[in-house]
Design a protein around this ligand. Structure first.
Ligand code: ARG
Ligand code: GLU
Length: 702
């Protein structure tokens, strides 16, 4: 009897461990709620998602087009990551007002800074609209025909829904490779103002060195406020707008956290590919990632060199460098993780088992079909990677075609609009960086892209100039698009320019590659749609309902729930990482000689005086970051980390290096998300910024 019980418990445990993987749809969360509650959650499915009354979803926003944020006050105050607000903070910065370096705090509402183009979107509702979207689709259709009908039906539905009210934005998204379609209805607010940001020495503490790593000590947060018209509706920026009054905002828990505590992340994960074929993984691991890493290593060397020499260039290139470096480092972790997990061969074995099961069914041979398609795709993908990572790394080539603005009425140059674009571009442009980048990228392009895949124009130029460097000299000294004076002085639209000439040859060359890739991708979609269903049926055949329920749709920047618990991990044999870090670790890393580790003097003083106010934990130190087993990806930055009672305990901002392969394969032993402890946020606001008026707006619970 005892033995049976023990076996049953062990079995439960194994399902439980597996279940920390997954990004679940909020509207279907009732299917997971029993598991969540068993793991410690104390609220109901309706508390998470409800369309009839306020629920936690109403306190979560898509911030911009790639981050998450959450409401923390009845007056529209919103928290997200520092790196999510980075672009805005940077745009407001100059050598005179360096908010990146010094931080920014609006001490009154009047001082809050508007941000053109920045929006936040609340999810109003989501619903399964599969039959509506697939109306008119038949089995006999080609994938291209199906795509046409699906997009026509989607457009019609979105148009209809968007008439529902002010600021309503609708999207229709495919789940499980188009086995299912969901409608997402958002309310989008356009007046979002910057309220506060710590200096980068806190918000980006550890810089690229600590990025994607644990133990971490980054205070990665920034604060914004949403403004609305008098009726609380979305409206473009206006002095007369008033703070938005949310349906729901998070209460903040200051009670502290412990290993094993239940955690839940509510946010907008961008993209995962958990169900792909072994050949796709092999390409990423052995070809795609390594080449992209190599190209970005070269770009970063160039940026770093110039940024180290001038504060102006450092400001100009800080945001650009962060985005280049971020994926660069993630890919390195991903390659390591995939190799460690032996994902290509594990998937290959799985595919064999799948085919054994599929023999004689409609799924027979599907993995071979996928392999065949990848055989066709890979050489094209390789060329495309070099197009986007090498050629398009050159800023001049991106700017030149968009530099001259045309006046629609006269067909002549619109000098004001041209000037405006030019000023925005040149504010953050340092030609020597771009010229060296061009040289390095063209050199690698020449070396690695197969001869018959190169554009004829490229070969001609290289022959004519003899080297990428000589070509760069000629290009950058003759193009008008390399200087603000030249561009603003233009009286006609430029049609002949070496940069434009190059861009037009590049476009002509890449267009058919792109078309071919799109065609193959459509066939892949079609094959994956079957394979996805097949994998679910196979799991159900093997493990019953539990097997089927373990599937969750790949991330696609729609709202998801990931749950797990606070937990340390072993990064390598003989080592174990604790799940939380404190201010002590900041002091251990502090180094005035190194830009990324040079903390504000004020923080040193506070530490020396142990002037922590109400923000110390039981050990007497200020908590800074923690890790948990929640399954997250890019886009989850800024997501609320919520405790068992639905209160905010942290802000998600990263994953650990050993776990970055979780976009493709999740390892419960190694995959951890990294969160900023909310108490460090409050400590920074109060003790460093002296912006207690913001804390007064929030609701703290102990
Ligand atoms: N790795 C985090 C994410 O993927 C943080 C990126 C920003 N920080 C940085 N040091 N680049 O977005
Ligand atoms: N920093 C990421 C973001 O910007 C989140 C980290 C991740 O990819 O998990 O969304």
């Amino acid at each position: 009897m005892k033995r049976i019980l023990f076996a049953a418990a062990a079995c439960l445990l194994s399902i439980a461990a597996k279940a920390d993987e997954g990004m679940w749809l909020p509207s279907l969360i009732s299917q997971r709620i029993a598991d969540m509650q068993e793991k410690g959650f104390r609220l109901s499915a309706e508390d998470i998602y409800d369309i009839n009354q306020a629920s936690l979803k109403d306190a979560v926003v898509l911030f911009g087009r790639g981050c998450t944020g959450e409401l923390v006050s009845p007056e529209g105050l919103l928290i997200t990551n520092h790196h999510c607000g980075y672009g805005q903070i940077q745009k407001h910065s100059s050598v005179e007002h360096d908010y990146l370096r010094d931080g920014f705090w609006a001490m009154t509402r009047d001082e809050e800074l508007p941000n053109k183009g920045l929006t936040v979107s609340f999810l109003e509702r989501m619903e399964d609209v599969t039959p509506l979207i697939l109306k008119g689709v038949t089995d006999k259709m080609s994938e291209a025909e199906r795509v046409k009908i699906v997009s026509k039906n989607s457009e019609a539905l979105m148009d209809k829904v968007e008439k529902e009210g002010k600021g309503i934005r609708a999207t229709v998204e495919a789940l499980y490779y188009g086995n299912q379609y969901f409608l997402f209805v958002y309310r989008e607010y356009q007046d979002v103002r910057l309220v506060g940001a710590p200096p980068s020495s806190i918000g980006k503490f550890g810089g690229e060195t600590d990025n994607w790593m644990w133990p971490r000590h980054t205070g990665d947060f920034s604060i914004f406020r949403i403004y609305a018209d008098k009726d609380n509706n979305p409206a473009p920026y206006s002095k007369d707008n008033v703070p938005y009054s949310p349906k729901k905002y998070f209460k903040i828990s200051t009670a502290g956290i412990h290993e094993g505590d239940f955690t839940f992340i509510y946010g907008f994960p961008g993209r995962t590919q958990e169900y792909i074929h072994s050949d796709a993984v092999k390409y990423i691991q052995d070809t795609g990632d390594p080449h992209k890493i190599m190209l970005r290593t070269k770009r970063l060397e160039i940026m770093n060199r110039y940024m180290g020499e001038s504060q102006k260039v450092r400001i100009q290139y800080s945001a650009k460098k962060a985005s280049v470096a971020n994926a660069w480092k993630k890919w390195q972790g991903e390659v390591k993780g995939l190799k460690k997990m032996k994902t290509p061969s594990v998937k290959k074995q799985y595919e064999e088992k799948f085919e054994n099961w599929a023999a004689g069914t409609q799924y027979e041979g599907i993995t071979k079909r996928l392999a065949g398609l990848y055989g066709e795709l890979e050489p094209l993908q390789f060329v495309y990677d070099y197009y986007s990572e090498a050629i398009m790394a050159c800023e001049l080539l991106k700017y030149a075609p968009k530099a001259c603005k045309v006046d629609d009425k006269t067909g002549l140059i619109d000098r004001d609009a041209t000037k405006e674009t030019a000023e925005a571009f040149f504010k953050d442009y340092h030609m020597p960086v771009d010229k060296e980048t061009f040289t390095a990228m063209m050199t690698e392009f020449d070396r690695n892209v197969p001869e018959d895949s190169k554009p004829a124009y490229f070969r001609k130029q290289m022959l004519e100039y003899g080297s990428a460097q000589a070509w760069a000299e000629a290009l950058f000294s003759t193009s008008v698009f390399t200087s603000l004076e030249k561009v603003t002085g233009l009286s006609d639209i430029v049609v002949e320019d070496p940069a434009l000439e190059l861009v037009s040859h590049v476009n002509e060359w890449i267009a058919p590659v792109r078309t071919k890739i799109r065609e193959i991708n459509q066939q892949l979609q079609l094959a994956y749609r079957d394979y996805m269903r097949g994998q679910m049926e196979f799991a159900e055949a093997a493990e019953g309902a539990a097997g089927r329920n373990a599937f969750y749709p790949d991330a696609n920047l729609t709202l998801r729930v990931a749950y797990g618990h606070i937990k340390g991990y072993s990064p390598a044999d003989g080592a174990y990482y604790l799940p939380s870090s404190t201010i002590k670790g900041i002091m251990e890393k502090d180094n005035p000689e190194i830009f990324d580790y040079n903390i504000p003097q004020r923080l040193r003083d506070i530490y020396a005086a142990k002037d922590y106010g109400r923000w110390a934990d039981e050990s007497g130190e200020v908590p800074v970051c923690f890790i948990a087993t929640n399954h997250t990806t890019g886009g989850n930055s800024g997501s609320p980390v919520i405790n068992a009672d639905g209160n905010l305990i942290g802000l998600n901002f990263d994953r650990v290096w050993e776990g970055t392969m979780s976009d493709i394969v999740f390892d419960p032993d190694k995959c951890r998300n990294i969160a900023l402890d909310i108490r460090y946020v409050l400590f920074t606001i109060e003790k460093l910024a002296g912006a207690t008026h913001l804390i007064d707006e929030m609701t703290l619970v102990d």
